[in-house]
Design a protein around this ligand. Structure first.
Ligand code: PLP
Length: 394
């Protein structure tokens, strides 16, 4: 076998995702695209805002000299300053351009942050249910993940459980709010309590524990404002992107924003810029940096996602499904009516509804619906959901 044993094992562990994808393609070939209800992927169905197209046209018509060349590994000063101004609105200390590093999406930002802080074998706490890639990202940089469940009914932070999981070897905690897969937003009171607990543990253990706040859904929230993490946690960094709020996941544009109050902030920034370079990202895509600089206060239409959420939430709860009503993002994470979530996903598949089992997020007994798809497809799927509910005994 020519490839690494580790990578081979990773592929095998995540092979069910590929399998679902292949089976979905088969269903489409048999029944036609319009009769398969694919709720598996977090790929935005909406198009980027018109302002992006206009800005792209403007740049194409009047290109700037050197606009495709290498740059500072942190990115363009102008873009970083624009990001800093917006992040500062939710930070007790204002950020300058120097506190922002443009990255290849949130995935890039997370890998940069993890590589910057982790010594071999150090622990990173992830909260169950978690984004599938976290374990791989932590492992990329020699870290070890420790899974801590959120509250099993509300999916809110269980701070005593997080505290219990902290050891003299803990280096970081990964937070994600609004959350994929649950749609939950952590309120300010929880973040405050978390910040206080972490400060106490840092003192007790005489070590820095970083919060890496993964926030690609921060501008997709309903009814609530997503609180700024820097207000509550000193050693925090934000890893985020415009994959969801500007519907640009294929363009790989995001950033790492660092709390100006972070311990050894200059050293962290120097380290992170180095990591952005040597991870092979070098810098975030130049053209995209130019484009998003002027779009920091623009998002896709959140009301469109709210309407999809309400359509599914109202119909599925009426059918007897039980779930937390999401306050952000574009996912629902209902309880599986069958104890075995994989069996339930199979049952749904028989009715051409494609879902991801909770097991994939470390949470057996649940399933995930990504509702970032056309409303017409959601509407057409409702009779199939009714059949699934009946067959599952609801
Ligand atoms: N973090 C979470 C929670 C996500 O759901 C995603 C993408 O779905 C990412 C990170 C990665 O986002 P990006 O496309 O910006 O790398």
């Amino acid at each position: 076998m020519s490839i690494s044993l580790k990578v081979r094992a990773c592929i095998e562990r995540s092979s069910w995702i590929r399998k679902m994808f292949e089976e979905g393609a088969q269903l489409r070939a048999i029944h036609g695209d319009e009769n398969v209800f694919d709720f598996t992927l977090g790929n935005p169905s909406v198009e980027p805002p018109e302002a992006l197209r206009l800005e792209l046209a403007r740049l194409a018509a009047a290109p700037l000299p050197g606009m495709h060349r290498y740059m500072n590994n942190a990115g363009y000063e102008e873009t970083r300053a624009a990001v800093a101004a917006v992040v500062s609105e939710k930070s007790p200390q204002p950020l300058g351009a120097e506190h922002v590093i443009m990255t290849c999406g949130a995935g890039g930002a997370l890998n940069v942050a993890l590589k910057t802080v982790l010594n071999p074998g150090e622990e990173v706490i992830i909260l169950t249910p978690y984004f599938v890639e976290y374990k791989f990202y932590v492992d990329n940089h020699g870290g070890v993940t420790r899974e801590v469940w959120t509250d099993r009914e509300t999916f809110q932070l269980d701070i005593p459980a997080i505290e219990k999981a902290i050891t003299p070897n803990t280096r970081a905690l990964l937070l994600n709010s609004p959350n994929n897969p649950t749609g939950v937003v952590y309120p300010a009171a929880s973040l405050k309590a978390l910040g206080e607990m972490l400060a106490r543990k840092e003192q007790e253990l005489e070590r820095t524990i970083f919060v890496i706040s993964d926030e690609p859904y921060a501008r997709l929230s309903y009814d609530v404002e997503v609180p700024g993490i820097f207000r509550y946690v000193r050693n925090a960094v934000i890893a985020t992107s415009h994959s969801k709020d500007l519907a640009l996941p294929g363009e790989r544009i995001g950033y790492l924003a660092v709390n100006p109050a972070l311990e050894d902030v200059k050293l962290f920034l120097e380290g992170a810029i180095f990591c952005n370079r040597v991870l092979g990202f070098v810098n975030a895509p130049a053209l995209m940096q130019r484009l998003v600089a002027g779009l920091q206060r623009i998002s896709v239409d959140v009301e469109e996602y709210r309407a999809k959420r309400d359509l599914l939430y109202d119909n599925l709860t009426a059918l007897g499904f039980s779930m937390v009503k999401p306050q952000g993002g574009f996912y629902l994470f209902p309880k599986s009516p069958l104890a075995d979530d994989l069996a339930f996903v199979r049952l749904a598949q028989k009715h051409n509804i494609l879902l991801v089992p909770g097991t994939g997020f470390g949470a057996p007994g649940f399933f995930r619906i990504a509702y970032c798809i056309d409303t017409a497809i959601i509407q057409r799927s409702l009779p199939a959901w009714e059949k699934v509910a009946k067959e599952a005994g609801l």
